[in-house]
Design a protein around this ligand. Structure first.
Ligand code: LMR
Length: 399
């Protein structure tokens, strides 16, 4: 008998984030709650269709435009609107190369491939811990991935560890930083800390790559752009990956962008040509619908205002859920400090659940958290929060 071509193919473990959603979907428990993936849900437990997006989509539908190919580097109106929003006047936009991407992950991948063009032997440094896919993505792009300290044994930011490590990274290596709403810890840097970090990154000649998937979820679009604009204001170089998945609730449309700040308009043009080649040999050109809707929201003053309001609503609801969760856990476990939940930013709380506790939470109670203990606070609501806090308190008390 002939051996199958695939006989030796190894079965890989499921994805640590999206694989949990697969398990959640298969779970028949009536109480199941998915706190794994970073998806915002409204008070009724649904992923919202934002009114600004709905209006933009209706206007697009009314145009009944044909489904033509989108240029390799994306819709020009979209690219321009994203760069203007992210950088404002902190950078000369004639020096910024922008390419529409398949969500934030697609932007990271394009950026990784671009770094291979300019600095193929660079190592990529990510925070410890970081988004589960960072290491996998940069490793798959051929880089050695190293970590710098970020989360201390006390559950707070390990700032001195971070500074010490950054100060020892060799010139030419790339440093991935989370522009705001650090994923998974929710621990963000102060303005002064960002200033010090930017100084070290520049003094050492490192390549800064700011992952900006949650802009608007900490303090608002403007305030959350601080770190990006700080790095941009000295003229670069700078890589920024951006995503509209969360901020416009456009998850399935895969709408993101990579912006690369170069030193001149000529450099921008050359970098753009490289990014176009990378996109062309990977997926040819991006999809049009979601980016068209996003461009309309960004460029129409009334839709833009509506977006700010709706994003503010999501942000405030998450903050309310943080407070409620901390209060309910404190009621159940008096004497234990849960104030860190309120101090963290963005969709996630690094809950301080251990891996065995996260597994018990899932297996005994159908409450899905990442093995790292990360929970998506944006999936909590007034109907599930009692059950969730009761189950978290139970597993925390058991171990
Ligand atoms: C997350 O961290 O849960 C999100 O960014 C979704 C993803 O793709 O992992």
């Amino acid at each position: 008998m002939q051996t199958s071509l695939f006989a030796g193919v190894e079965e890989l473990p499921r994805d640590p984030i999206l694989g949990l959603t697969e398990a959640f979907v298969a779970d028949k428990s009536p109480n199941r709650v998915n706190l794994g993936v970073g998806v915002y849900q409204d008070a009724s437990g649904k992923t919202p269709l934002l009114a600004c997006v709905k209006q933009a989509e209706e206007a697009l539908l009314a145009k009944a435009a044909p489904h033509a190919y989108v240029p390799i580097d994306g819709l020009a109106a979209f690219d321009a609107a994203v760069a203007a929003m992210v950088f404002a006047d902190s950078a000369d936009l004639a020096k910024v190369s922008t390419i529409q991407s398949l969500g934030g992950t697609g932007a990271l991948k394009l950026g990784a491939e671009m770094i291979r063009v300019i600095s193929p032997n660079a190592k990529v440094w990510i925070s410890d811990p970081s988004w589960e896919n960072h290491r996998a993505l940069f490793s798959a792009a051929g880089f050695t991935v190293e970590t710098y300290p970020y989360y201390g044994a006390d559950g707070e930011l390990d700032y001195s560890g971070l500074i010490k490590a950054l100060s020892a990274i060799p010139a030419g290596d790339a440093v991935l930083l989370h522009a705001c709403c650090h994923n998974p810890t929710g621990l963000d840097l102060s303005h002064d800390q960002w200033r010090e970090i930017a100084k070290i990154v520049r003094a050492r000649g490192l390549i800064p790559f700011l992952d900006t998937a949650y802009m608007g979820f900490a303090e608002g679009l403007e305030a959350d752009a601080f770190s990006v604009r700080l790095f941009a204001s000295d003229g670069g170089p700078l890589f920024v990956s951006f995503s509209f998945s969360k901020s416009l609730s456009l998850y399935g449309e895969r709408v993101g962008a990579l912006c690369v700040l170069t030193a001149s308009a000529q450099e921008r043009s050359r970098v753009q040509s490289q990014l176009k080649r990378i996109a062309r040999v990977t997926y040819s050109s991006p999809p049009g619908h979601g980016a068209s809707a996003a461009a309309m929201v960004l460029t129409d003053a009334s839709l833009r205002k509506q977006w700010d309001d709706e994003l503010g609503g999501m942000r405030e609801r998450i903050k309310k859920m943080r407070k409620l969760l901390a209060d309910k856990l404190t009621e159940r476990m008096p004497g234990r400090d849960f104030s860190y939940i309120v101090r963290q930013n963005g969709m996630f709380s690094y809950s301080r659940l251990t891996k065995p506790q996260a597994i018990a939470l899932r297996e005994k109670y159908a409450v899905y958290a990442l093995d790292s203990g990360r929970i998506c606070v944006a999936a909590l609501n007034e109907k599930n929060i009692d059950y969730v806090s009761e189950c978290i308190a139970k597993v925390m008390a058991e171990a």
